[in-house]
Design a protein around this ligand. Structure first.
Ligand code: ADP
Ligand code: MG
Length: 709
């Protein structure tokens, strides 16, 4: 039977019980799925033999030929342990068994193959529970090529499904695999992108002929995984481009009035981006666009001008922010910008803490069209928020959401917009704004369904923030610096980290910090905000800082996004080692917003891990958000980032890694695009294979792409 049809239960070395576990733990139902979904996570070169003298401290598996010269057991019963001396002709090492001691049968004057992971202890290498095979029993296969190692879960191990067991199940499938299986990528793409056939790739990923074959096999399987993701993303994108959309051809009086009232010129990048957006708004199709721009690049103003394009054309707009503080801030900022326009634009604010009484006029105003722009948090997605004609939606600081979460917003906003008179099914235009630059190849997947606009220019006259790294021993010096800034009339942020698991401790840290600052700065007024405070208290404290009444704001990371106080010139970050790079960069973006030289002071312990030191060095070296994003990617490493991204994407990756396989992402997207450009519906005979494969994926994925089209 074909491997794709063969139930995993009926594979050799499996059976009903193990099949059950494979299904539950790895979602593996068929032989082919086992081959595809379980690529080895590492390989050990069994063709290489070591000498004890060659070992270094590294934690990798090695094999050595030698003899056991002496052994003895210590202790009795369960506590028994067996210790042996192994000699390779020139040097000695130690072998140790803690378990199953009575099954270990050793012989003198017999050559053995030792295989295991050495560790160094008291100047001698030792191997715990090594494999020890008499040379007479060593088959050529055992010491040939790269041996695959498989990840298994605790449950799997408990039922004997360890790496070795998986290896033996897969080995049994090899003869059938060598008969060849139907490919899932067309010959044309295979050839142009120099990819192995699926059959060769699966053979060489599990039992590689050599390192090169293994690498090529993995590249082919990664390509395939990413290629099908891109096909899905690009299909949604293409379908959406066909969605009808409201047209906003008019650049009207409100837009012009605001534009003229601005005390500064828009930057070239802001102008370009507004043109890009306006082109979409004129096209007759729904816009789905991502606006990327570093902190302080002026995204809010761009969003507002675009909202006015909608309003001038007779539609409503909304701006959704991730936190109440940010929603409030947007509301204040917009009102200030719009003040010269008088009554021409009516803006309202709706958040979780808007009272039931205050909601009534907002709900009415949205329905009868007297409210033009609504600012809010998730509260504005609630079912009872109904609009007359919502035409434009801005989602700010989108980096907290991924494709999947966004899907929910889409369907919601569409339902909300459903009562528009002219075009009942027309979804509003969507502008997603993020200040967290992410490397381009990652954006292709996480934001792969959106058009992208980038503001790559800061308003003129900004002095780059100077970043300095101090160890806490120099606190007095840092305080003296703060005092000088405050004497000059400037304001200061002091930020403490927050770790969710231990909020009590963190609050204590914050409170202690606050007290310490009160003592150190007896002449200053100090605000404090943290996540546990009531929204009203938080707002009051923020407001005191924004208005200049207090000179120092002590806070946890609640201020991370969006706050705008141009007079603040110092961002001092306590325990900076506890923050990630992008978080540090976001925090730094809170200063340097006025004309004065600003500073970011990173305070850490004196003793730092290598990674932390690197993070501080990068922060000191550059203000460029994209460079920081790249460095973050490199430092945080694939696993960590993969987890974060995975939570934002509906895709399950078995072999590709979004953090490290950027080049393959680019190629996969290119290949997918070439196919869809020629044949958007995948109707050609030669593209059947893709359509078929997508149908299979659709059934398997828990996530429904059509929801966001
Ligand atoms: P972002 O949201 O991208 O972090 P903001 O929209 O908060 O940035 O803008 C930061 C500050 O720069 C605000 O005070 C804003 O009024 C101001 N600003 C925006 N555009 C310009 C410009 N073209 N020239 C000067 N200042 C600007
Ligand atoms: Mg902003």
């Amino acid at each position: 039977m074909e491997l794709s049809q063969r139930d995993i239960t009926y594979c050799k070395n499996v059976g009903a019980k193990r099949a059950d576990i494979l299904r539950k733990e790895l979602s593996v139902n068929t032989a082919l799925e086992l081959l595809v979904k379980c690529p080895p996570y590492k390989y050990i070169d069994r063709s290489r033999f070591y000498k004890i003298a060659e070992l270094d401290d590294e934690d990798t598996y090695v094999q050595i030929v030698g003899e056991v010269t002496e052994w003895h057991t210590i202790g009795i019963g369960k506590a028994q342990r067996l210790s042996a001396t192994f000699f390779d002709g020139t040097h000695q090492c130690e072998l140790v068994w803690f378990q199953g001691v009575k099954y270990v049968k050793l012989q003198r004057n017999v050559p053995y193959l030792l295989f295991g992971k050495p560790s160094r202890f008291n100047h001698i290498y030792n191997f715990v529970h090594p494999e020890l095979t008499p040379m007479s029993k060593v088959t050529p296969e055992m010491t040939q090529g790269l041996e695959p190692y498989y990840n298994t879960t605790e449950t799997m191990k408990r039922h004997g499904l360890n790496s070795k067991a998986i290896r033996s199940i897969i080995a049994e499938l090899l003869p059938d695999l060598k008969q060849g299986i139907p490919d899932t990528i067309g010959a044309d793409i295979l050839q142009r992108y120099r990819l192995m056939s699926l059959t060769d790739a699966l053979i060489n990923v599990h039992f590689p002929k050599d390192t090169l074959a293994m690498q090529n096999a993995r590249a082919r399987l990664k390509f395939e995984e990413l290629f099908y993701i891109q096909l899905q993303i690009l299909r949604v994108m293409k379908r959406r481009e066909q969605n009808p959309g409201y047209t906003f051809p008019l650049v009207g009086s409100r837009f012009h009035a605001l534009y003229k009232s601005l005390p500064f010129d828009l930057t070239g990048a802001q102008k370009r981006v507004i043109h890009e957006i306006h082109d979409d708004l004129k096209s007759g199709h729904q816009m789905n666009r991502l606006l990327q721009g570093d902190v302080g690049s002026g995204k809010t103003l761009v969003a507002l001008l675009c909202c006015l394009l909608a309003v001038d054309n007779g539609y409503q707009a909304c701006i959704m922010a991730p936190t109440e503080i940010l929603a409030n801030q947007h509301y204040e900022t917009l009102k200030a910008f719009l003040a010269p326009l008088g009554d021409a634009v009516h803006v309202a604010l709706l958040t979780g803490s808007t009272t039931a009484k205050n909601r009534v006029p907002i709900h009415n105003g949205l329905l009868n069209g007297t409210i033009h722009i609504l600012i809010g948090t998730h509260a504005l997605l609630e079912d009872n928020v109904q609009w007359q004609n919502l035409g434009f939606v801005v989602i700010d600081e989108q980096h907290r959401f991924g494709v999947a979460q966004r899907a929910k917003l889409w369907s919601k906003t569409r339902r909300v917009a459903g009562d528009g008179n002219t075009m009942p099914d027309c979804p509003p235009h969507i502008l997603v704004m993020t200040a967290t630059p992410i490397p381009r190849t990652l954006a292709m997947t996480v934001y792969g369904d959106l058009q992208v606009s980038i503001i790559d220019e800061l308003p003129p006259g900004r002095k780059p923030v100077q970043t300095i790294h101090y160890s806490i021993q120099r606190r007095a010096q840092v305080y003296a610096f703060l005092r000088k800034q405050i004497q000059d009339g400037r304001q200061v942020y002091v930020v403490y980290p927050l770790i969710k698991e231990n909020e009590k401790m963190d609050l204590l840290d914050l409170q202690n910090g606050f007290n310490e600052l009160c003592e150190a700065f007896p002449d200053c007024k100090i605000s404090m905000v943290h996540g546990q405070m009531k929204a009203a208290d938080k707002d009051l404290q923020m407001q005191r800082f924004v208005s200049g009444e207090t000179q120092i704001l002590v806070a946890t990371t609640v201020i991370e996004v969006g706050v705008n106080v141009p007079n603040a010139t110092v961002m001092m970050i306590q325990n900076a080692e506890r923050f990630g790079l992008s978080q540090l960069h976001q925090l730094r973006g809170r200063v340097g917003r006025g004309g004065d030289q600003s500073y970011c002071l990173l305070l850490t312990d004196q003793e730092l891990s290598k990674d932390t030191r690197k993070r501080m060095e990068i922060m000191v070296a550059t203000n460029d958000g994209f460079r920081i994003a790249e460095a973050d990617l490199a430092l945080r490493g694939p696993g960590d980032l993969q987890g974060t991204l995975q939570s934002g994407t509906p895709f399950e990756l078995h072999i590709a890694n979004l953090a490290t396989d950027g080049q393959i992402v680019t190629l996969a997207r290119q290949a997918a695009k070439e196919i869809l450009d020629k044949d958007p519906l995948l109707e050609d005979q030669m593209n059947r294979i893709y359509k078929h494969q997508l149908d299979i994926l659709r059934v398997k994925q828990s996530f429904n792409w059509s929801e966001i089209s």
